[in-house]
Design a protein around this ligand. Sequence first.
Ligand code: PDD
Length: 286
Amino acid sequence: MARIAYVDGRYVPLGARAVRIEDRGYQFADGVYEVVKVVGGRFRDLDRHLDRLERSLAALDMPMPMPRRALGLVLHETWRRNAVPDALVYLQVNRGAGPRNHAYPPLLKPSVVVTVRPARFPTRAEQEHGVGVITLPDERWAQCHIKSISLLPNVLAKQQAALAGCREAWLVDEAGLVTEGSSSNAWIVDADGRVVTRPLDRRILGGVTRAVVLDLARANGIEVALRPFSVEEAHGAREAFLTSTSSLVLPVVAIDGRPVANGRPGSTTCRLAELYARAEELESVS
Ligand code: PDD
């Protein structure tokens, strides 16, 4: 079935020439985005995604392109027209189109694009066996808490991970501390059995999955420590995992080619993955 996109008020075939050449997203990466999942026909954590969208827009001095409720309706309608029960819905809001000039004119009309694709969540084998990550210097800008479409360093890091046969690249700051993955948040379980992830700062994106997993851990008596961890600590950790809307809670069993503990997904990770799957009503996929 032909895929349908929403572009500035119209529903068009995905391949349509619908984006304006002088759109600032295209010319300057002057825009923000969200990726929301739909499982069994229901949007998951939509409010948290829209909260983050509002924060990203505000940080870039951009207005909401339409009232929040209307945006929710556009997301639903685009999803409905694509008839994919389990989907990833991509929303991009750019500052708008205008004569190319670095400084932006006031009162530009934001441009909005929504696309839908079938979700490809981790397979049962990936969940059971875990995945590998590599570590790389974090070469991104200083405001990674904004979900900006300017993703070139993330793209290059992910490509290096793929070339190394790994799922993800964990990015490392000047102090040797892991910030996050190129498109996911990074976690370990430390020697005291605590679940550790970096506290929110400008070096990481506040993942929606991260927030849900933190809530679940706390509600289920799993001790959490919000602190940065080093690459060395990760190499020696009891367990490691990553989280994102599309990767869910995914065990990390090797870092830079070295096994994490015995090289098998850890028990706390599996428990969190289970709690998350139950909370989001995810079926395990084979
Ligand atoms: N990526 N950190 C970065 C840099 C990300 O790009 C993402 C999400 C996350 C996890 O956020 P969340 O749990 O809200 O998905 C962390 C999305 C899925 C993407 O770029 O496709």
